[in-house]
Every structure is written in structure tokens, then in C-alpha cells.
Ligand binder design. Sequence first.
Ligand code: NAP
Ligand code: GLV
Length: 329
Amino acid sequence: MSKPRVFVTRTMPGPALQMLEAELQVDMWEEDRPIPREEFLRRVPGVDGILTHVTDRVDGELLDVAGQARVVSNYAVGYDNIDVPAASARGVLVTNTPGVLTDATADMAFALLMAAARMLTRAERALRDGEWRQWQPDWLLGAPVWGATLGVIGLGRIGQAMARRGRGFDMEVLYYSRRRRPELEAQLGLQYRPLEDLLAASDFVSLHVPLSEQTHHLIGERELGLMKKSAILINTARGPVVDEKALVAALRTGQIAAAGLDVFEREPISLDNPLLELDNVVLIPHLGSATRPSRYEMGTTAARNLLAAVSGRKPPNLVNPEIWDQRRR
Ligand code: NAP
Ligand code: GLV
């Protein structure tokens, strides 16, 4: 019997590809850039499964062209690049890579929080530019982190990991999420607040919700207007959770003090993005999960999901489990 055929949209660090090649016929986009849409459409007809990255849009058109694909395995925990209802309508399983990048991403969110609070990137630029001529009592004075109030929006895996880091820095940690989690409130010492109250009370606001219709521009002009003028916004979730235009305006006018951003409305950001003109931002290129172990495990998790689905077994990380249940009926 011939091996199932899969298409992989990009290489991954670690053993994931070898795992796939041992059991499947693997076709892969070899170039060191995201696959162009036309090429993606050209490569998927006749495959049994597809392994995608956050840069690849998977919609009804692509799934129709792919025809017989039974699974889309995303190399990420977020899956807003995939039209899940379109996949479900076609009986296609969708999987993701939860858990293996939780601490790496929370570490990065906390690193951005520290860097924005203490102006690390701005200070390094000043030093490199020869602006450090003397020790100055009033130069680059940052915001205190120890004992400050942290507002976590989205108390899922990464939100909880961020809350733990906040507690480790003696912070008062507030959270807003889709549902209240009394057991975590007790266990981690957290306090639930409605969104508006959390925004008004927090020194740092850190976003950890998935991108969806409900969370698109969750933080806009009105929400930024509720925040303290000394507040700092951290976004490692997805760019469009924040209205970037409104954020730029709030940072320019001093409506909020600073921001630390790993994600943007358009990625990669263009070099004329107004954020690049601001001094009170720390900007990094979507690196939340970028540690070697996390990226390896994202690969092995995505590979295991794909292997299971194309061989008729239930993948461990199903985003649309109802499709599996329907198949069994
Ligand atoms: P998760 O465990 O599913 O947590 C998401 C949390 O957000 C859940 O508690 C969820 O509530 C809550 N939520 C969902 N919709 C909401 C809404 N409309 N309003 C309020 N809360 C809402 O996911 P995770 O593993 O923590 O990952 C979170 C997101 O981080 C991913 O979706 C991805 O976009 C992003 N991420 C980015 C990077 C990076 O490299 N920057 C890396 C990893 C992840 P329920 O508990 O009710 O479901
Ligand atoms: C990365 O952004 C992810 O969602 O895993």
C-alpha cells in the first residue's frame, strides 16, 4: 500500500520532518520564506494532510483545491490563520500545538514587560549612540515592576503562566477572561475584574486571548482611554487584538506610557510603520515561542497530530473534535 501524501509549508527545527518522512510521502516548500498563495494552491491537490505555519492562510478555497486532505496540522497553538468552520464543513480535522510553548511565551511576555518598564532597548540604543557621557540621577527613569498591579487578559495556559510570573514579582494580579476561574483565583492568588475595571486598575496589561471575531480590536481607543497614563501594554497574543492605529495615538499623546509588542496587525511590519518612530515601545518580531525546546516540541507535536490523522487515529490536539466524533458515528 502506498504511503499517505502530505504537504509541509515550511521546514521546522528538530526531528519533526524525519518523523514524517519515516512514514509518509512528504512534499515541502523548501524556501526560507512563507509559501506564496499560488504555490500553496498548486501543491495541495491530492494530499491526505497539510502541515501549516502561522503565515499560511487556510480557507475554503484552499481546502476545496486540496480535495481529499483529511487534516490541517498547524505548527502553532494559535490557529486564526485557519478557517475552522470551513474545515469542519468539509470534514477536515484541524490540530494545533498547545502547552509546549506556554512557558517560552510567558517568559517573553514578562521580558517585554521588564524591558518596557525599564526602557532597556532605548537605554541600549543611547549607550551605543554615545549618549552615555556621565551618570545622571534623572536619566531613563523607569516604572517599578516589583509590587505593581498586573492585569492579565485571557486566563488560559499562557495567561496563567504570566500570572505566576507576576506573583513571583510580588505583583497584585487581576484577570479578565471569558469565564471566571475560582479555583485559579484561590490557587494563584488572582482577582477577577470586568475588563473596564481591570484596564483602569492595572499598571501593566498583558494580552493572552486568541484572535477571533470577539477579540479583534478588543483593545481600541476606548479601552486605551480607560488605562492609567502610567500604564504599559504587553501583547504577545496576536496583533489584531489591538487596534494599532489607536495604540500609536495613545503612545504619542501619553494616554499610556509604553508598550511591549511581539505581534502586529501586519507581519512583518513595514519599515514605515509609525510604531518604529516611537521611543516608548519595545518591538520584537513574533518570537514568543522562540526557544529551541519549544520550537522542537511544536514540530514533534504537529508531526504527531498529522501522523495520527492520516493513519485514521484520533490526533491528540484536535481543535474541532466534533468532526472526529461525527466520523465515528
Ligand atoms: P488558551 O489556553 O486557549 O487561552 C486563551 C484564553 O483566552 C482562554 O482562557 C480563553 O477562555 C480566553 N478567551 C478566549 N476568547 C476570549 C474572549 N473573547 N474574551 C476573553 N477571554 C477569551 O491559549 P494559550 O495557549 O494560552 O494561547 C493564547 C494565544 O497566545 C494563542 O491563541 C496565540 O494567538 C498566542 N500565542 C502567541 C505566541 C507568540 O509567539 N507570540 C506564542 C503562543 C501563543 P476559555 O478558558 O473560556 O477558553
Ligand atoms: C505562535 O504565535 C503560536 O500561536 O503558537
